[in-house]
Ligand binder design. Sequence first.
Ligand SMILES: Cc1cc2nc3c(=O)[nH]c(=O)nc-3n(C[C@H](O)[C@H](O)[C@H](O)COP(=O)(O)OP(=O)(O)OC[C@H]3O[C@@H](n4cnc5c(N)ncnc54)[C@H](O)[C@@H]3O)c2cc1C
Ligand code: HEM
Length: 416
Amino acid sequence: MALTYKESRLVKDTIPALREHGERITTIFYKNMLRDNPELNNYFNSVNQKNGRQPRALTSVILNFASNITNIAELIPKFERMCNKHCSLGIQPEHYEIVGKYLIRAFGEVLGPAMTPAVRAAWEKAYWLLAKMLMGREAQLYREFDDWKSWRKFKIDRVVPESEDIYSFYLVPQDGKKLPEFLPGQYVSVRIQGPEGYLQSRQYSLSEAWREDYYRISVKRDEGSQFSNSVSRSYLHPGVVSNILIDRMPAGSVVELSHPCGEFFLDINNGSSTMPLVLISAGVGVTPMVCIANTVTKQQPGRPISWIHGSRSSVPFQDHIAQMRRSNANFRINIFKTQLADRDIVGVTYNYDFRMDLAKVDPEDLFLQNSSTEYYICGPEQFMLEMSDYLKAQGVPAARVKFELFSTGDLAFQHQ
Ligand SMILES: Cc1cc2nc3c(=O)[nH]c(=O)nc-3n(C[C@H](O)[C@H](O)[C@H](O)COP(=O)(O)OP(=O)(O)OC[C@H]3O[C@@H](n4cnc5c(N)ncnc54)[C@H](O)[C@@H]3O)c2cc1C
Ligand code: HEM
């Protein structure tokens, strides 16, 4: 049931104080919730708890929701990313009880005497309004998963290097059953045993067009931030899951996967084969683009594709890209990188100054004149913002530009 005018006032009046103490709320909330419910550590990325990214994202969504409580319809499309993430991680309605309890308790600690019984009741109502919307959408997504609703065991059939730090894993279901179709651009969550005794899951875009016998993901080694001092040169906090997968999970190892998910995809049935597609990626952001490009070249071979990629030195999937370039006259490619390599692809436009600059790309390769062109961008957050700013300045409407963020937090919310 919607909030009354009085309830929504009570909620809104506390928002400035809650925003001001956002960090404290998230610390109290997660500390208490995970202490009392340690099994939830199996769902959360331990690193995002330490760096505060996920707790901040959750609190920011709740406060945004509460500030716009009289205008909820506009927010609904922005829930897609988190609902897909929740379903990919197996979040269930009973978890919302726990989160609600500890979140409102943390609000109470921060607000002190301002958290009167009436304010608490209004916040509980607001939380459940949001929670029910999310649970409703998640129930719908789970229904679409048919009989693959939980974690499914996959054997790593082979591991193939794609560049100096990206490895493709070919994953075959142990139950031998046919794999469901997914939309190019979507991801799976991969779950393994983490070093701190809990299970750890991460998302990986499917990097090959759908096949019924295996899925492919391509994982970049996250070396962590480098630090150096006068005595030693070392690495600080190498990424947990990527390093375990690459170093300790050879062919024959078993991992768990959840059903493909995600709101960053190309709906091939919803676009004519003449609508140009511009794929803009940097680094490991190449992975969903390979899947999209492979799917389109198979199913809509006449569709113009322009792929613009930024890499440090070696280009992942180099041979595959060269093959696509050779066999498809509608496939254009521009590559930005720092160093020349001896195996550059014939017929590709190279730009050796690393930072991608769309102004340096032939305007025809951006299909700016065509009002149906769709743009897909994947890479570091700052890179995606720069690319989208450029497109916006050229008059491309936001509705034709899609982003995939490879970390936690909702770009749409952060930049609204
Ligand atoms: C939708 C989606 C699709 C994705 N697709 C791909 C893909 O196709 N390929 C791919 O390689 N990745 C992809 N990712 C990213 C992937 O999910 C992981 O985030 C990535 O592999 C790093 O995970 P990790 O466990 O190795 O690193 P984590 O352990 O999660 O660490 C991440 C970063 O945090 C730092 N860190 C670690 N410990 C600490 C600490 N205590 N304090 C502060 N910082 C710390 C590390 O240095 C590291 O840089 C995708 C992500 C999303 C959301
Ligand atoms: C109203 C309630 C909730 C809100 C507003 C919310 C919001 C969010 C947001 C914004 C994200 C980040 C999505 C992204 O990657 O961009 C997220 C991720 C996540 N949420 Fe929720 N969430 C809610 C409830 C829950 C519940 C009940 C659970 C289960 C205990 C849960 C577990 C998670 C997990 C495990 C992640 C991924 C964390 C990571 O990868 O670091 N959430 N949520």
